[in-house]
Design a protein around this ligand. Structure first.
Ligand SMILES: C[S@@+](CC[C@H](N)C(=O)[O-])C[C@H]1O[C@@H](n2cnc3c(N)ncnc32)[C@H](O)[C@@H]1O
Length: 215
């Protein structure tokens, strides 16, 4: 993750949050509609751009567990949490494709035993992981049977936005994302009650759903 070590200090400024990508995380959180007191996993949390939105929903009594394999990105997330006085955020430096219950238990203690979360989301992170299906399994395995799961990620723009395809591809190449990965297809396949949104000429894809049986 050398790329993200270099990018980390400028990530919030350069990530086109306001014109493009912030809209996706806001829509995802609207659709996920998390409840106060819930425990949420943020997979590939980066500098914590989801944290304030998550905090609005789960409140100070919820628990937010951010996982990222870039120490530099996590350091920014930690600073953001401290600046805002958010005390219910646990950050884990780990490869999300190699996470298991014992490695989360080492950081998160949950009343009644297993550290399973009520929800998990990944925004603009699964498409960076070569083995994103494994990270999806991790989201599945580390959440309760009733959990709500969410993905926001990128694809090539369509419609009138097609003219921006070269730019979108360049941005994804620079950030290390595979624009053709389409990780939300796993959620569509495995979850029930799937809600979706398509923003910015289809470049930003949002999906959320509930866990179903038998996967
Ligand atoms: C484009 S940033 C997105 C960050 C944040 N989710 C957001 O919405 O702004 C992608 C993040 O995924 C992280 N990442 C990539 N591969 C990962 C992996 N295998 N395990 C954990 N984090 C990973 C990177 O370090 C980076 O912080």
């Amino acid at each position: 993750m050398a790329k993200y070590t270099t990018i980390a200090p400028l990530y919030d400024l350069l990530s086109a949050e306001y014109p493009i990508y912030g809209a996706g995380r806001r829509r995802l959180l609207q659709l996920m509609d998390l409840q106060r007191g819930q425990q949420v996993l943020d997979i590939g949390c980066g500098t914590g751009l989801n944290f304030s939105l998550l905090r609005e929903q789960i409140g100070a009594e919820g628990i937010l567990v951010g996982i990222d394999r870039s120490a530099a990105m996590l350091a920014r997330a930690q600073r953001k949490a401290e600046r805002n006085g958010w005390k219910n955020i646990i950050l884990i430096h780990a490869d999300a494709t190699a996470l298991d219950e014992p490695s989360v238990s080492a950081h998160v203690v949950r009343e009644g035993g297993r550290p399973l979360a009520d929800a998990a989301l990944a925004t603009y992170s699964l498409s960076l992981m070569v083995d994103w299906p494994r990270a999806w399994r991790v989201m599945w395995e580390l959440t309760t049977p009733e959990a709500r799961l969410g993905i926001c990620d990128m694809q090539e723009p369509n419609g009138p936005g097609r003219v921006c395809r070269p730019l979108a591809k360049a941005v994804c190449r620079l950030s290390g994302s595979d624009i053709a990965a389409h990780p939300w297809t796993a959620l569509e396949h495995d979850c029930t009650n799937v809600l979706h949104a398509s923003l910015r000429s289809g470049h930003v894809q949002v999906r959320t759903g509930s866990k179903s049986q038998g996967v």
